[in-house]
Each structure stands twice: as structure tokens, then as C-alpha cells.
Design a protein around this ligand. Structure first.
Ligand code: NCD
Ligand code: ZN
Length: 344
């Protein structure tokens, strides 16, 4: 098989950044996706209808007029998010969800939530209006080992949120552990999860053995291979609760190769090719369409896209770097040979 065609995919989790970064990130997002959920962790974060509108307009300036690509915006939750704030954004058709970052968990999350219980009223109104909660599922307690942050988040927080708001739609973003996969699988139809290409293709050995590879550092951090295998199984099994969310998150080369390097991997240069690689290795290329183009749309109550994309078996080498702002970034898989190439 040298050519496969699938329904055009969507990316249910991406960071486009703002200002001049959009010159790189918007064309990369349009390359193979029809719809993208745009994460709101700018500095300052996107916390109101007004800021969402402004951010969406700045993104749309980079969209060619003949493109059908659609950015789907989400609101960044803080300790001060009010019901009014949510209702205003919802009434104006501006939000596709609300993102919960535990304060301090990851890049630009300092304004995130410090007290989950303080959000009861917000979760209530989201449940009532059918607004999805996108969760960064990690605790930030400094006594918790970084490799256990996700598991402990499930035990301490997610179980409770699920119990108290049983019909709140939740996406467990970038799930990285066996426990996360099992929690989602064993739960009801109101919860699903996104899976990134880096967590399918790599594990912590790839990041740490023989030297530290800062371009594989992202949050939640890569885990050991048993977790990677659980994610591969979930993504390639055809189960409807798991779908594509790249978490593509650009940082300049100097910010990554730094004494305190930033978390985040940029994968939008070759997003679908990277997933195709992971699916082929698992002998499950025939399931790529379900994961990349069907499951997410179904969870969010949208139609699948009407166009198709094709991938050709035509091995190519991922470039070492890509222009980004006034510098460069090192893309995920730099230097590796990928088997599949998007037909343009
Ligand atoms: C993301 C970023 O850089 O914005 N980084 C990351 O490691 N994934 C933030 C996030 O999604 O956690
Ligand atoms: Zn992210």
C-alpha cells in the first residue's frame, strides 16, 4: 500500500501562540487540519469573551480567504472566572470549551486554578449549557514526583469532578499514562481523551538515555514504555473515546536548549505523518482515520469533514530546524526519516 486517503482530520488541541508566531503556526495548522481547538495559554491568558474575539481575529488574519480552516476557541479558567463571563462568551458563540490548567502546571499557567472547589458554580453552568471542560490533568504539589502527577490528579481531583458533575463533558487532554487511559475507558460517554504524537512515538528513555534531549521535553512529561504502550493501544484500537490532539507547542530553539528549558514539542510541520508512523508501527494504519478524523468530531457533536487528504509512502527526512519568529524551532522528529508524506 503506497497511498492512503482519509477524511480530513481535525486537531482538538494546539498552541498557536500570538503575534509573529502566527506566521508559522497558522499555515502549519491549515496544512492538514480542517478545524483546530486553539489553546488559550497566552501571556496574559485568554480569559474573557473580549480577549477571545481579539485573539481569534488575529489568528484569522493569517488564514487565506479560500481556506475552510476554522479555529475553535476556548476560554482559560482562573480562580476568578465568573458564570457571567462564561455565559457572555457562550451567548456570542465564541467558546468551544473552557481549559482548566492547575496553576503552575505548564507553560503560561501561572494564572491557572489554585482551588478546584472554587469552580463549582462555573462547572455547573458548563454542565447545564453543554460546554466541554478541557483538562490539563496534573497536580502541581511539589511533593509529588513529576512522573506521578497525572495518576495523582485522577485520584485526587478527576474522580471527584466526574462524581459531582456527572454530565459535564470532559476531555482529558494529552493523556500520558495507563491509569489515565483506563480511567477514560472505564468511565461513561461524557469523558474522552486526546493523545499526542510525541507520547505515541517516544518514551522517557528516548528523552534521557545517552544524554538529555530537550526537544522531547513536554508536559505532561514522557513516561515509561508501559504507559506508551497503553496509549498506542488506546489510539489504535478504534475506541471512540480517544482522538487526535497534537498539543503542538512551539518554543524557539534557545528557549528549549536552555539552562531551564521550556516544555512543549512542535509537531504541526508533519502532524499527520507522525501519527501515521505510530499507527504503521502498531500495524494499525487502517485505524488512523477513526482516530484522526472521526472520534473527536463525534464527541464534540460535529459532522466529520467532507474533504479527504492522502498520504504517500515516500520516505523523507524531517528538517533539523524551521524558521520561527526571529529565530528557529526544532520540530518533533528532527533528523528522523518518516515513511509517509502528505500529498499536496
Ligand atoms: C504547552 C505549551 O508550551 O504551551 N507545553 C507542553 O509541554 N505541552 C502547554 C501544555 O499543553 O501543557
Ligand atoms: Zn497543550
Amino acid at each position: 500500500m503506497d497511498r492512503i486517503s482519509i477524511i480530513k482530520p481535525d486537531d482538538w488541541h494546539v498552541h498557536l501562540r500570538d503575534k509573529d508566531a502566527l506566521e508559522t503556526t497558522v499555515p502549519a495548522a491549515i496544512r492538514c487540519f480542517e478545524r483546530c481547538i486553539i489553546m488559550p495559554n497566552l501571556s496574559p491568558p485568554v480569559t474573557s469573551a473580549e480577549l477571545i474575539k481579539r485573539y481569534r481575529d488575529s489568528i484569522l488574519k493569517y488564514k487565506p480567504s479560500n481556506s475552510k480552516w476554522t479555529p475553535l476557541m476556548v476560554m482559560y479558567l482562573t480562580d476568578h472566572t465568573s458564570i457571567k463571563c462564561i455565559r457572555t462568551a457562550f451567548d456570542q458563540g465564541l467558546i468551544f470549551g473552557c481549559k482548566y490548567y492547575p496553576a503552575g502546571a505548564t507553560t503560561n499557567s501561572a494564572s491557572g486554578v489554585t482551588n478546584l472547589n472554587g469552580l463549582d458554580a462555573v462547572f455547573n453552568v458548563m454542565q447545564e449549557l453543554g460546554i466541554t471542560l478541557q483538562i490539563h490533568g496534573e497536580v502541581t504539589d511539589s511533593s509529588v514526583d513529576i512522573f506521578d502527577r497525572e495518576k495523582i490528579f485522577i485520584d485526587r481531583h478527576l474522580t471527584q469532578i466526574k462524581h459531582r458533575f456527572p454530565e459535564l463533558k470532559i476531555v482529558f487532554e494529552h493523556v500520558t499514562t495507563k491509569q489515565g487511559v483506563e480511567f477514560v475507558r472505564d468511565s461513561d460517554k461524557y469523558i474522552a481523551a486526546t493523545i499526542t504524537p510525541q507520547h505515541l512515538l517516544f518514551n522517557r528513555n528516548d528523552m534521557l538515555v545517552g544524554g538529555i534531549r530537550p526537544h522531547l521535553f513536554c508536559l505532561p512529561i514522557l513516561k515509561r514504555d508501559l504507559h506508551q504502550n497503553a496509549l498506542i493501544k488506546a489510539a489504535t484500537s478504534g475506541e471512540k473515546k480517544f482522538f487526535l490532539g497534537t498539543d503542538s507547542a512551539p518554543h524557539s530553539r534557545e528557549d528549549k536548549e536552555n539552562i531551564c528549558g521550556c516544555a512543549g514539542c512542535f509537531s504541526h510541520h508533519a502532524a499527520i505523518e507522525l501519527y501515521a508512523e505510530a499507527f504503521e508501527r502498531a500495524g494499525a494504519l487502517h485505524r488512523l482515520e477513526q482516530f484522526a478524523s472521526k472520534n473527536g468530531a463525534e464527541f464534540y457533536g460535529l459532522k466529520t469533514n467532507s474533504e479527504f487528504i492522502s498520504l504517500l509512502r515516500d520516505p523523507w527526512r524531517v528538517p533539523d530546524q524551521i524558521d520561527y519568529r526571529d529565530s528557529y524551532l526544532v520540530p518533533l522528529g528532527a533528523g528522523l526519516t518518516l515513511n509517509w508524506r502528505l500529498e499536496t
